[in-house]
Design a protein around this ligand. Structure first.
Ligand code: PNS
Length: 171
């Protein structure tokens, strides 16, 4: 399909595991709101169960953190992202790029998604440079080892992480 028709109303899906939400994710959501008419943050329901927080917990934390942005919808999905996007009437998938190292994986996913659903565009946004090193994986590792992650995740997420990871190590 050649990309000729204008997108019109932009309904954007920002998908991710969000295990847990970081300040980098929040930065991207703030940017995503500016370029879409409706933004849906979609939390992946991982089948593998390897997430630290359950899907319900991740959705609940996201809803809490999104309270200042009532226009942003928080939802969950499982299965193929493009199928979910399609059922939601979305025409854009938003993804964040922190550094060149993100690009290869993101490009692969974007091209696969385009092959599956050519009408849905993936739009990459650059995360704020202050968050270019922040990832959910590193944040979990640092806090589990007693390091300070203040400012790298929302306050309520920091508290939940401490309870889950530092509480567990003290047992
Ligand atoms: O930010 P994350 O956690 O790396 O997000 C990855 C995500 C959720 C975007 C990706 O794993 C995904 O889209 N999963 C849904 C299954 C799917 O559609 N797979 C094919 C991707 S090309």
């Amino acid at each position: 399909m050649s990309p000729s028709a204008a997108l019109g109303r932009v309904v954007a899906i920002y998908p991710g595991s969000f295990d847990p939400i970081t300040s980098g994710h929040l930065d991207l959501i703030a940017r995503g709101r500016r370029i879409s008419d409706h933004l849906v943050v979609a939390v992946l329901e991982n089948e593998s169960k390897r997430a630290l927080f359950s899907m319900e917990e991740r959705v609940e934390m996201m809803r809490e953190v999104m309270k200042p942005y009532p226009d942003v919808e928080v939802d969950s999905f499982k299965g193929l992202l493009v199928e979910y996007a399609s059922t939601r009437g979305a025409n854009v998938i938003l993804r964040g790029i922190r550094a060149v190292s993100d690009y290869e994986y993101e490009l692969q996913m974007a091209l696969m998604n385009r092959r599956l659903r050519p009408e849905i565009e993936t739009v990459f946004l650059m995360a704020g440079e202050a968050y270019s090193f922040v990832s959910s994986r590193l944040v979990k590792e640092v806090i589990a080892l007693g390091g300070n992650i203040e400012g790298l995740v929302p306050k309520l997420v920091e508290e939940r992480l401490k309870r889950r990871l530092q509480g567990e190590t003290r047992k």
